[in-house]
Design a binder for this molecule. Structure first.
Ligand code: HEM
Length: 444
């Protein structure tokens, strides 16, 4: 391939006023991204805030270079700084360089295949119980039910399965705290009142809840450290207590607190939203549901796997990831200066017709016939920052889908307009919460 000539300056900006850009970005994010791509192509520059420039790209070659590039030159932690008040400064999501690597290595073992499968039975039990609560014979939004499942699953995976009372003592305040960042308006209210302690300040409420949750978490950390068998359990908490870095050092109490919070936050809303999208898609595509039911009956796992992948392709939950350049970098012929944020667009990559023919249709078969390359299907980001919980999430999604198929008959809505996309806190979610109708499956 001929080398692309190097151009100075930044990729084009869509010819929209700053106000229109902010409004589009916030309120109709997918339409906005489609319009930018149509006007500017595979690279464009946005300015989400006056002091921040973001180069968005959906060029597979650029995305590969970003994901395989030197992580010391492509900082991801800086891009996630808005999460610091909740997660704390030692969260793997916020770190860069050697500290990021140290934390990532300590966090990986609980997410390895065998370990993860140990959570299967618990996931199944939670899913079956929650799905049994679904109303029969009327349409409802499936997202809240999915949130309840994934939150209970991650709480139980983190804290352990046995002592429910102890788990709930920490679990209830943590749930309330996580709820303060569950929607865009709430996150915005926190950002606007950060540090202000007036009587009506959302920030003050948040800080009080965080202090209460932290006190309980630190008490639990102390209790487990003092217990000679505290690090022997199968739960993630115990495994993190036992983990040692190559220098033989464990995570400190403060680091442990931040990582526990990170897993709780990263581990539930994302998976719940992905599941809501999957059911929203399945009810609109009777042939796909038919194939899925047949494959499940025949014990063929591949089709369910393809359904999950196709759902995460067409409706990626996280629309983009961000890397902050620590040195100039040439991408797609543009010479980008240090300090610029580059954002591989998951959403736009997944809609490229050259990679995904007929990109708007929900067709799991494409993953069986002609699977995309590593840097072309990127719902979990990539490289050294790729989602730590990717296998956990896919495994959980399959268990929940199976629990639904086993006990419910989804009512089809062929031809119904797909739900629009709305921004929740960090996710792209269905505007109506993924409305479905599900009758109880006939017994036997
Ligand atoms: C469908 C569900 C999920 C989606 C779509 C998702 C997506 C992502 C994405 C896009 C990233 C950023 C990757 C990058 O910057 O390249 C990420 C990072 C991360 N995710 Fe997930 N995630 C999901 C579920 C989970 C679960 C279940 C957990 C934990 C139990 C988890 C834990 C994390 C952590 C710890 C990171 C930070 C990794 C690092 O910075 O090294 N995620 N996820």
């Amino acid at each position: 391939m001929a080398p692309v000539p190097v151009r100075g300056g930044m990729p084009p900006r869509p010819d929209l006023s700053n106000l229109m850009m902010s409004v589009g970005f916030m309120l109709t994010p997918t339409r906005f991204l489609d319009a930018c791509r149509d006007r500017c192509g595979d690279y464009f520059t946005l300015r989400p805030t006056p002091d921040r420039e973001l180069v968005v790209t959906s060029d597979p070659a650029a995305v590969k270079r970003i994901f395989t590039g030197d992580p010391d030159l492509l900082h991801a932690g800086e891009g996630n700084v808005t999460l610091a008040p909740l997660l704390g400064p030692s969260s793997v999501l916020l770190l860069d360089g050697p500290e990021h690597l140290r934390h990532r290595r300590l966090l990986l073992p609980p997410f390895h295949g065998e370990r993860m499968r140990a959570y299967g039975q618990m996931m199944e039990e939670v899913a079956e119980r929650r799905v049994a609560e679904w109303p029969a014979g009327r349409a409802f939004a499936v997202l809240p039910s999915m949130q309840a499942i994934t939150l209970e699953v991650i709480m139980r995976a983190v804290f352990g399965f046995e002592d429910e009372e102890r788990r709930e003592r920490i679990g209830a305040p943590l749930r309330r705290l996580l709820d303060t960042v569950a929607s865009r308006p709430r996150v915005l209210a926190l950002a606007l009142t950060a540090g202000r302690n007036g009587p009506l300040s959302p920030w003050r409420r948040f800080a009080a809840m965080r202090a209460r949750a932290d006190a309980l978490l630190f008490e639990e950390i102390r209790a487990r450290r003092e217990d000679p068998r505290g690090a022997e359990g199968e739960d993630i908490f115990s495994m993190l207590l036992a983990a040692r870095d190559p220098a033989g050092q464990p995570l400190s109490d403060a680091e442990l607190r931040d990582e526990l919070m990170t897993l709780l936050l990263a581990g539930h809303e994302t998976t719940a939203t992905a599941l809501a999208w999957t059911f929203e898609q399945l009810t609109r595509n009777p042939e796909v549901l038919g194939c899925l039911l047949a494959a499940e009956r025949d014990g063929e796992e591949d089709y369910l796997d393809a359904v999950v992948k196709e759902s995460l392709r067409l409706r990626p939950v996280i629309p983009a990831v961000v890397r902050c350049l620590q040195a100039p970098m040439v991408l797609g012929g543009w010479e980008l200066p240090a300090g610029v944020n580059v954002a591989p667009s998951i959403y736009l990559m997944h809609r490229r017709p050259d990679i995904y023919p007929d990109p708007l249709s929900f067709r799991p078969e494409r993953f069986l016939e002609n699977p995309p390359g590593t840097y072309e299907w990127i719902p979990f980001g990539g490289g050294i920052r790729r989602c730590l919980g990717a296998s956990f999430a896919a495994f959980e999604m399959k268990i929940v889908i199976r629990a639904v198929l086993a006990s419910r008959r989804l009512r089809m809505r062929p031809g119904a307009r797909p739900e629009g996309v709305t921004r929740r806190a960090i996710t792209f979610a269905p505007t109506r919460g993924g409305r479905v109708r599900a009758d109880r499956a006939a017994a036997g």
